[in-house]
Design a protein. Structure first.
Length: 500
């Protein structure tokens, strides 16, 4: 039996409006700019989500263009009307804050009533006892960084390599964004052989390809062929863009499909779009057979079942589908802890680096990209892109500093790493954690990680001084996932409260 990994999301996706909002996402202008001090305040402001300006938007529209994105845009507009983050100037008007918002608003605006920023001693007193709880197992490490200054505010075992579980997706996402840029799209193509007798569906590595996308490809193919598509054609499918083993080292598992350059709906055999699900053992073949039926509907007859084979080098491309931008794929991977997308991101990074698109090639490419970003890689081993492999090792220092880098002014291309993080009490794998009365609800944005005996949490929060903090908490040897999660949430909440 496969060991448990990330918990399924407790709430159905339709609470967030499905993928409709995600499909229409466009990055707000303030997320496209480099981050100066005020921009960092906006990043911090985005963490409070609907608690400040648009709770209703979150519930109505979804985390991709939607709740998170709309709340961030609305907050930016409110701050501009109010004269900036210090709320100087005329009354901004706009929506009333939620009842739970005053403490959050205080943290983001004026610092009246607050003492000087917390020092290492203050954080030791707040975090030390929480890290020592038996619920966090035999080893627990922690790092807290001030995102604006890059200063490490707290560390315990900062350089100790630990199994990160799904928090390794932060590293995978950052490497892909750094290598390819947030606007990159993954192509799926249809080519016609020089003798006009064979069509080939060529996978580019987009795991989010779905039946609607295949239908559009079939329609475009029919239009491009015109009269040439009147007679029966052979149909082949090409998965050669990826190499190496298709099965993840954990083996057949409901948390990930065989890794293929061609698949539809992540190889899911039900109608789900996130969380564990029964998976196809031949996702490429299934996608090709679905495409064959859609070609027939579009008026292009095929002779027999599609067969695997390489597209001719001199073939003509007759139709192309492009995935959503890499920024959107990253956000979906992080919010829902999507293992299939994470492995695709790692392989796209490998292809960019000229490495084989395999587990081994991805490991080398992602590691090299993180090294180029100047991150501390001592003891790191990135065995896969998703965190399902127990051979993965990272340090709390690496994750916390990577998140701070994503918030800083020098690498705006990494911003989707922050905007894709689940929001406490609202979205993704944090949707069912934190209570409505917790000061951390809507403020903490963090990636979760869960394997048997391993529990992790890494993300951002805003403290009582209005500072955007990045943190990473890694624990191993845990006996109860629920108790460990409660303890990790308590650690992040302690940061959010800050000191007065």
């Amino acid at each position: 039996m496969a060991e448990p990994v990330e918990k399924p999301i407790d709430e159905p996706l339709d609470r967030w409006g499905g993928w409709g909002g995600w499909r229409g996402w466009k990055a707000p202008e303030y997320l496209k700019r480099g981050s100066g001090p005020n921009d960092l305040r906006l990043v911090a402001g985005s963490a409070v989500l609907g608690l400040v300006v648009a709770v209703g938007a979150v519930l109505a529209a979804g985390p991709w263009d939607s709740g998170q994105r709309k709340a961030e845009r609305d907050r930016a507009a409110v701050l501009q009307r109010a004269g900036g983050v210090h709320h100087e100037g005329a009354d901004a008007g706009g929506p009333e804050p939620a009842a739970s918002a005053p403490a959050v608003l205080g943290a983001l605006g004026t610092t009246t009533g607050l003492t000087a920023p917390a020092g290492a001693g203050d954080l030791e007193g707040a975090l030390g006892p929480l890290l020592d709880t038996p619920a966090l197992g035999s080893v627990s490490t922690a790092v807290v960084v001030d995102a604006a200054t890059g200063k490490q505010l707290y560390a315990r075992g900062a350089a100790t390599p630990m199994t990160p579980a799904s928090t390794v997706k932060i590293a995978t996402a950052a490497a892909a964004l750094s290598a390819l840029g947030p606007a990159h799209r993954i192509p799926t193509k249809v080519t016609l052989s020089p003798d006009a007798r064979t069509l080939t569906l060529v996978g580019g590595g987009d795991p989010t390809l779905d039946k609607a996308d295949l239908r559009a490809l079939a329609s475009d193919t029919a239009r491009s062929l015109g009269k040439a598509g009147a007679g029966p054609l052979r149909l082949a499918y090409d998965t050669s863009r990826y190499t190496g083993p298709a099965l993840h080292p954990i083996g057949p598992n409901e948390n990930i499909a065989p890794v293929s350059a061609l698949m539809a709906d992540e190889g899911r055999l039900d109608k789900s779009d996130h969380g564990p699900a029964a998976r196809s053992d031949d996702p490429a073949g299934d996608a090709a057979r679905t495409f064959a039926g859609l070609l027939d509907d579009a008026g292009v007859a095929t002779r027999s079942d599609p067969a695997s084979g390489r597209a001719p080098a001199d073939g003509r491309t007759v139709a192309t589908h492009l995935s959503k931008p890499l920024s959107a794929l990253v956000e979906r991977a992080l919010t829902n802890s999507d293992n299939d997308i994470a492995e695709a991101l790692a392989r796209q990074t490998a292809l960019k680096a000229g490495e084989p698109a395999s587990f081994a090639g991805s490991r080398r490419a992602v590691t090299a990209r993180l090294k180029a970003l100047g991150l501390p890689l001592g003891g790191a081993r990135l065995a896969d892109g998703s965190g399902l492999d127990r051979e993965d090792k990272v340090t709390a220092g690496l994750l916390a500093r990577l998140l701070a880098l994503a918030a800083g002014p020098d690498h705006p291309e990494l911003r989707p790493v922050l905007t894709g993080l689940p929001v406490a009490g609202f979205s993704g794998t944090l949707g069912g954690r934190y209570t409505a009365t917790s000061p951390a609800t809507g403020v903490i944005r963090a990636k979760t990680g869960t394997l048997t005996g391993v529990n992790t949490l890494a993300g951002t929060t805003v403290d009582a001084q209005g500072r955007l903090l990045t943190f990473a908490f890694l624990a191993s040897g845990t006996a109860s996932a629920g108790d460990a999660e409660d303890s990790l949430d308590a650690l992040a909440t302690a940061l959010t409260r800050g000191t007065r």
